[in-house]
Write a protein that binds this ligand. Structure first.
Ligand code: NAP
Length: 249
């Protein structure tokens, strides 16, 4: 049986694990950073926590005899992506990165491209009411702007003493339909959206911004490490089949 390690923490990683669960030629393990208490993992075995850098991941791949590595981490998880590329080379394990397409650009968009959350906070006008689609570790530049009113959505409640921007916190996963997002933005009189260019299902808020003609401060994604990339679960499933099984027939 071939052994496959999926670096996860995304909807695509969970979908891939679920798709591969019925394949009896494969034993699949999903690796999570361990930051989320109730992650969506799809199916199959799960391990949690960092590997201790590229050498740690390379040693893990060799010791546990993995045959292939799928980096299905988030497009903004640049460190683990770089480590995965280096580790796969050290361990001589085939690797592919699933890179979901960026948000589609349309004529109606009012995107303000920026390189990080510091620049995003600086791009908001004085006194703006903004919806922040930002991770908990990315909120500091907004908390440093008490003139802003920010609506923040988090999947899990903040830890005691965590710094939040002035405004309101809502708990929950993002909805997939733009209408629900648009209704939320209207209820809170949101004037600006701040988002990473995450792509994929995170698109509901971008579509809602389009509907409401709201400007979006869009943090551009880091380039993936050199090496093969694929855009979705379907193409990754085909890559796994071609890489692990077709050479043997
Ligand atoms: P990161 O900055 O690229 O990685 C930081 C460190 O966390 C890595 O060096 C690695 O530690 C560990 N790590 C990250 N992903 C891991 C995984 N799947 N399995 C085992 N260890 C992992 O990553 P991040 O931006 O903090 O994201 C952490 C996780 O959340 C990722 O799995 C990502 O898919 C998910 N996520 C991230 C975002 C985002 O916007 N960044 C959004 C949604 C989901 P060692 O060096 O010790 O191996």
């Amino acid at each position: 049986m071939a052994r496959l390690l999926i670096l996860g923490g995304t909807a695509e990683a969970a979908e891939l694990a679920a798709r591969l669960a019925g394949d009896d030629r494969l034993e699949t393990v999903t690796s999570l950073a361990g930051l989320t208490r109730l992650p969506n993992v799809g199916a199959g075995r799960v391990r949690r926590g960092g590997f201790g850098g590229p050498d740690g991941l390379a040693a893990f791949l060799k010791e546990e005899r993995y045959d292939a590595l799928i980096d299905a981490t988030h497009p903004f998880a640049a460190q683990i992506a770089a480590h995965a590329a280096e580790a796969a080379e050290i361990a001589r394990v085939p690797r592919v990165k699933l890179v979901r397409p960026a948000f589609e650009r349309t004529a109606e968009d009012r995107f303000v491209p920026v390189k990080d959350m510091e620049e995003a906070a600086a791009a908001l006008p004085q006194g703006a009411r903004a919806f922040l689609a930002a991770g908990r570790r990315e909120l500091h530049p907004f908390a440093a702007r008490p003139d802003l009113w920010c609506l923040v959505r988090m999947i899990e409640p903040p830890a005691a003493g965590e710094t939040l921007p002035k405004g309101e916190l809502i708990l929950g996963r993002p909805p997939t339909d733009p209408e629900t997002e648009a209704a939320l933005f209207k209820t809170h009189a949101i004037e600006w959206i701040v988002s990473k260019d995450s792509g994929g299902r995170a698109g509901a808020k971008i579509e809602a911004a389009r509907q409401l003609k709201l400007p979006v401060v869009l943090v551009e994604r880091p380039a993936p490490p050199p090496g093969p990339t694929l855009p979705d679960v379907d193409t990754v499933v085909k890559w796994i089949d071609a890489t692990l099984f077709q050479q043997q027939t």
